[in-house]
Design a protein around this ligand. Sequence first.
Ligand code: GLN
Length: 476
Amino acid sequence: MKNYHLLDEIQTDLKLHKVSCLELVDHHLQVIKDNAQLNAFVEVFEEEARAQAKVIDNKLKLNKAGKLAGLIFGIKDLICYQNHRVTGSSKILEGFESQITATAVQRMLDQDAIVIGRQNCDEFGMGSANENSAHGLVRNAANNNHVSGGSSGGSAVAVQANMCQVSLGTDTGGSVRQPAAFTGTIGLKPTYSRISRWGLLSYASSFDTIGIFSKSIEDNARVLEVIAGKDEKDGTSSTELVASYEADLEPSKKYKIAYFKEALQSNGVEKDIKESLKSNIIKLEKEGHNVNEVSFDLLEYVLPTYYILTTAEASTNLSRYDGVHFGHRSEHTDNLESLYKNSRSEGFGKEVQRRILLGTFVLSADYYDAYFTKAQKARKLIKEATEKILEEYDFIIIPTTPTTAFKIGQEHTNPVETYMADLFTVQASVAGIPAISIPVGVDENNLPIGLQIMSRAFDEKKLFAISKCLLKDYKQ
Ligand code: GLN
């Protein structure tokens, strides 16, 4: 069976009886088996997906199928699906079964999408290479010796290698956009609060978003339309009207676009990535858009601000995993304190432990003002400076990542180097604005390059339109 690029093509073929949902599911199950070495899925819902396909094939016969009929999707192992396991790729939640279904997943199921499995990720979303997973690392399908990116590495590779049509990942500081760039897929981080966080295991609650991986802009837009919007179960979800994202995907005018001169000047950015940014600037200018260089002198503060605030939030959020309420409980204890200590020491991986310690430190009474309060002030400044640029410009374009996918094993030498992989993605997370990564070519080693586009809050529709314009002649 061919690998479909667009859900629209799938639905046309379903109507013409050229294919059935059951055949689609069987095909994807086979692709998942054939690519087992990539380690993208930690669990495949084989029988369930087949049973669901039969139900939807029947609905199609009766003309009663929903908007996402024929769409096979996977979910990151940080997103809950009732009566199914969810572990956050952590030993501390080994064997834990979810009692709820995330609103985003439920909304997709309600529109007849079929969930095919649970996808590998960095432990609790902390990482940029998917090497911090209790389920083992994920390999990039473009080159198996290179990382998938992270933290939603399994979700990215699953779409890259056609194991599913769409994946739901999570993005706190780039975990959808960065692996999307590394795998040549499309990855959207919507505006903070656009998609309900209900049913998402928290990492840093004021940054966390659910995000969407897809092969096409159209599929991404349709899924966002289905899952976005107010949810009574998440008080922070926005009441802002959900636009019809998929309709009229053409740019509605000639846009004003900014790019940061720092991205072209920085030594840390690979040559091929700079070249790719330049050629996309030229492409946009040829389309009649107005592209200008601007300076963003707060760039060097974005990463420390992000890591101080997210580790602080993580240390609080992860305190619930104490060996008493959830998951792993140490057997080597003789009192309450050692129960907590040993359960957490045995259950959490090294990176998560590092961040809990760091977060606890920045929140401690003696250092609170020096780090946490200061980082919150910096966040406000970064947000305001970003919004100021976006008052004048419709978009900011910037490489998604300074490098293409690195070799497996590289990150262990220095964690701060790995944090640098998030240099360009964390700005949108700190500011709460939407950003998308689109595939714009490959480097000299044939590894994918991503371009990131940011816009004003709730301007996802415009992001899709400009992305489609840029992807026009790009052959994936
Ligand atoms: N790589 C970043 C981190 O480790 C982003 C993670 C994410 O977005 N979940 O924090």
